[in-house]
Design a protein around this ligand. Structure first.
Ligand SMILES: NC(=O)c1ccc[n+]([C@@H]2O[C@H](COP(=O)([O-])OP(=O)(O)OC[C@H]3O[C@@H](n4cnc5c(N)ncnc54)[C@H](O)[C@@H]3O)[C@@H](O)[C@H]2O)c1
Length: 259
């Protein structure tokens, strides 16, 4: 990296919401030179672009991470404008729950397509574009290492992602590039709104905050879920020079859920 104290030029997928949004805010505050923000949610991206206006250079890409053809344009654009990347945050993901016996192949493929194919394409672009000494963080999940009924597709995608990150770490190490995974347990983000039981829980408890507290009470020893800005801080650390000897690691951030 040209300036080890700055995050430099950073690509973040799934930047329009939740952990990706918080990471974009955090890296902008940390002095990133440019943020390439990618999401399929155009309105969300635009809102973030407006918010960060006057900060780092921005490149907003409305794109499906799992669409290989669209990556060509993104890679070309990054090479043209910034000649490469200093950091990549492989974050976009979706969740669909259901017991294996009832899981359709279409649902299985939807999850694998975004969470694994999309992550592979993001990481591949990163391996091509990262400058020597750069870093990547892959957002996996505690579901990669803890089995729960109903999480077959999601958990399998996140477990595969963990190994993808470890292989990438070994491949990239000769260039001083580091690749780490982060494994959050519950995080208070909109991803939960895609799960039917969450709406019921919000109705029952009276608010999303109360629903998160109820869920954390079941199986998280610390008794609370993480806020997205906490995960963003941990991602910023893994990308920073303070983590220069950490690669191939899996940082579990789950309030003790996997203990
Ligand atoms: N929230 C949690 O409890 C939790 C726990 C562990 C891991 N994670 C992981 O964190 C990551 C971020 O999730 P979040 O909780 O911030 O969710 P979120 O729903 O708030 O944000 C996900 C973002 O990814 C985008 N996205 C989804 N599919 C996409 C695609 N095909 N192409 C481009 N963009 C796409 C969405 O539009 C959204 O902006 C995911 O990989 C998720 O699996 C979340």
């Amino acid at each position: 990296m040209s300036d080890p104290s700055s995050p430099g030029v950073v690509l973040i997928t799934g930047a329009a919401s939740g952990i990706g949004l918080a990471t974009a805010r955090r890296l902008a505050a940390d002095g990133a030179r440019a943020l390439i923000l990618l999401d399929r949610d155009e309105a969300g991206l635009q809102a973030l672009g407006d918010e960060l206006d006057g900060g780092p250079a921005l490149f907003l890409c409305r794109q499906d991470v799992a669409d290989e053809t669209e990556w060509e344009g993104v890679e070309h654009g990054i090479r043209h404008h910034w000649q490469g990347l200093d950091a990549v945050v492989v974050n976009a993901g979706i969740s669909e729950a259901g017991p294996i016996a009832d899981l359709s192949l279409a649902a299985w493929r939807r999850v694998l397509s975004v969470n694994l194919d999309g992550a592979f394409l993001t990481l591949r672009a990163g391996m091509r574009l990262l400058r020597d000494g750069g870093a990547a963080v892959v957002v996996s999940s505690a579901s990669a290492i803890k089995a729960e009924p109903g999480t077959a597709a999601y958990g399998a995608s996140k477990a595969a992602l963990l190994q993808l990150a470890r292989v990438a770490a070994k491949e990239a190490a000769p260039r001083g590039i580091r690749v780490n995974a982060i494994l959050p347990g519950g995080v208070e983000t909109p991803i939960w709104r895609t799960m039917p039981f969450f709406a019921d829980l919000v109705a029952e408890t009276g608010s999303e905050q109360a629903a998160f507290a109820r869920m954390a009470g079941f199986a998280t020893p610390l008794g609370h879920y993480a806020r997205p800005d906490e995960i963003a801080g941990q991602i910023a650390f893994l990308l920073s020079n303070a983590a220069r000897s950490i690669t191939g690691a899996a940082l579990t951030v789950d309030g003790g859920y996997t203990l």
